[in-house]
Design a protein around this ligand. Structure first.
Ligand code: MG
Length: 202
């Protein structure tokens, strides 16, 4: 009507129902939801990967698990920051993609990975996933440790992993258990982490 009032010739063309108006943020969220659902319905190649990692404690202070620093009277021994949980998660994603493991891509013999944040390793796995236009459906991590206590840090871990994985927190499970004082982990000589990741590929 405005165009016609100013003498502009107007022509009507057929549209498509799914080509909706985007005016408010609500419109954009709804469009995002529809497009995500459509993309997911085309990602039918669902794969599961698993990862396991053990690290020994050594003299020092504080451990890093899922990127979160946790106070402890020992630290984890390892070439990088020894984040066993993030290593297990990285291997789970690499496993789902059939892309080898952390050791393939980041050899421990290579001095450039000494002391680095393990999020670099996780990012590499996410890059492999993105290259194949895949997404993560969910991840599930279990940390096996007699000490330190993991529970109070789980929310912080989820908050840290969520943007790295492009995954909402309700799709990230982090659990912790002890070995009832059995074995090396029960003697507090180290800890272990187990992870599974479900990925969806086109
Ligand atoms: Mg490791």
């Amino acid at each position: 009507a405005v165009a016609e009032k100013f003498g502009i010739k107007v022509r009507v063309i057929a549209g498509r129902a799914e080509n909706q108006k985007l005016t408010t943020m609500e419109d954009i969220h709804e469009a995002d939801r529809i497009l995500t659902a459509k993309a997911n319905s085309e990602r039918l190649d669902v794969r599961v990967g698993q990862g396991i990692d053990f690290h020994e404690f050594e003299a020092g202070g504080g451990v890093v698990l899922c990127g979160v620093k946790i106070p402890h009277d020992r630290k984890l021994k390892g070439h990088s920051d020894a984040d066993a949980a993030m290593h297990a998660l990285t291997d789970a994603i690499l496993g789902a993609l059939g892309e080898g493991d952390i050791g393939t891509h980041f050899p421990p013999s290579d001095p450039q990975w000494k002391g680095v944040s393990s999020s670099i390793f996780l990012q590499k796995a996410i890059d492999f996933l993105s290259l194949r236009n895949g997404i993560i459906a969910n991840v599930d991590i279990t940390i096996l440790a007699e000490a330190p206590r993991i529970g109070p840090h789980i929310e912080a871990m989820k908050a840290l992993l969520s943007p790295l994985l492009h995954l909402s927190k309700d799709r990230i499970a982090i659990k912790a258990t002890t070995t009832e004082q059995l074995g090396a982990i029960g003697r507090r000589e180290g800890l272990a982490a187990f992870a599974t990741a479900t990925v969806r590929l086109p």
